[in-house]
Design a protein around this ligand. Structure first.
Ligand code: ZN
Length: 420
């Protein structure tokens, strides 16, 4: 894939309603409002049989499986990333196009029942895809393919760069982040206050004393510990709910963000703070592209405060947070929301919202802090009518919902900036 091809691909992604929200990465389906996901939720990943730079194949497999385990060990989620049959060959620059899916519906790799985990031993695959020298910066990336009109991924792949000198924990973090995109999760901008900038020596990841306050799906890999943040878990459970557990472990807040004229406010960051633990959770308003300002977040039972702020202006394009941050002039940045806390019926102080397991609170959140909160039902994203594969019901074009990890070692931090 040439760089030009990549840019064309990005244009196609926008047209297809790619939703890079704090929840789902892509929103599609017959109505255009369904988060795209894998079904069934057990996904076989097919591993390369070659080495990963200085690491043997077995060592590389072990790191990847440790990343999978982080996503698999969530009781409220049915997702299982499994090691399937290996690819049977050492995938390299001479043969990778045989294995990885692309946007052509006729590409054999789109229907070969393989989800390759490719070890780009010397970075030459990444150079071939993104341009000479790209492998000095891109540590890995992942993508999954879906058809326009459908809300199910067909197949996906991940490529890990073996050329860079990375710690084991960095590779686990990178693979965890990229597989998050593979399964359809987007970035989250927790836990920042929008004072972070990337000018000069990057301050990203450094303004918080505790780096594990950042989710694994933060646009940069700030998180130190190889574990999921509560925000990652909530987003995963929303996309791959385990039906017997999710209502035992979570309640939900849902509602709309509107301006003082009752017009929907899309593309703002909605976040909640658990008042007992301080743990925060987020989503982007109107993440389902309904033009209502809708948001919904699964939350463990407890008392919460509710807040909105703008998407940080460094999170656009490759590192975008939300469906309205594809460029620096996109909706999220045109009239950025002034940071505000929901005060509801108690002007002057944050309203405490109690969330109980299996129950929901419905909020009308006005950007001046006023609004209402009432009991309501748990809202699940609109399910899509299964796309027909035998008629013209779906477009012939398919889409890569995708992303890339751009890794630079800065202050011993792995920076993951995603290409789309
Ligand atoms: Zn990313």
């Amino acid at each position: 894939m040439t760089l030009k091809h990549l840019f064309l691909l990005l244009a196609g992604l926008q047209g297809a309603g790619l939703a890079q929200a704090g929840g789902p990465l892509a929103v599609e389906g017959s109505g255009g409002n369904s988060p795209v996901h894998y079904s069934p939720a057990s996904i076989n990943i097919n591993f390369d049989i070659g080495p990963l730079g200085a690491r043997t194949n077995a060592e590389a497999d072990d790191l990847v499986l440790r990343a999978f385990a982080l996503w698999n060990n969530v009781a409220s989620s049915s997702l299982q990333l499994l090691q399937g049959n290996d690819l049977g060959t050492d995938v390299d620059v001479s043969n990778y196009t045989t294995f990885i899916p692309d946007t052509s519906t006729s590409h054999p790799a789109n229907s070969d029942q393989l989800n390759p985990m490719v070890y780009d031993d010397d970075g030459t695959i990444i150079d071939d895809m993104f341009g000479q020298g790209a492998s000095n910066n891109i540590a890995g990336f992942a993508a999954s393919v879906y058809l326009l009109g459908d809300d199910k991924f067909q197949e996906g792949y991940a490529v890990i760069n073996g050329k860079l000198s990375l710690l084991d924990s960095d590779i686990i973090g990178l693979v965890t982040h990229e597989m998050g995109h593979f399964i359809g999760l987007d970035h989250s901008q927790l836990d920042i206050d929008n004072t972070e900038t990337d000018s000069g020596s990057p301050a990203v990841c450094t303004t918080q004393a505790v780096k594990d306050r950042y989710p694994i799906m933060y646009p940069f890999l700030c998180r130190v510990t190889n574990s999921l943040h509560a925000d990652d878990i909530a987003a995963l459970a929303a996309l791959y709910p385990e039906p017997n557990n999710i209502t035992l472990n979570f309640g939900q807040i849902n509602g709309v963000l509107v301006d003082t004229n009752n017009n929907p406010v899309p593309g703002a960051n909605i976040w909640l703070k658990n008042l007992a633990t301080g743990t925060r959770y987020s989503i982007v308003s109107d993440y389902l592209l309904q033009n209502t300002g809708f948001f919904a977040v699964y939350l463990p039972p407890g008392d919460y405060s509710l807040h909105a702020n703008s998407i940080n202006p460094i999170f656009y394009g490759a590192s975008s947070v939300g469906p309205y941050a594809l460029s620096q002039t996109d909706v999220s940045f045109q009239n950025p929301v002034t940071a505000v806390s929901f005060q509801g019926s108690t002007p002057g102080s944050d309203e405490i919202i109690n969330i109980a397991a299996g129950a929901a609170r419905q909020v009308k959140f006005v950007i001046d802090g006023s609004g209402t909160v009432t009991p309501g039902g748990i809202v699940t994203p609109p399910a899509s009518v299964p796309a027909s594969t035998s008629s013209g019901a779906i477009s012939l074009a398919s889409v890569l919902a995708l992303v890339s990890g751009l890794v630079l070692m800065r202050r011993r931090q792995v920076m993951v900036g995603c290409i789309s």
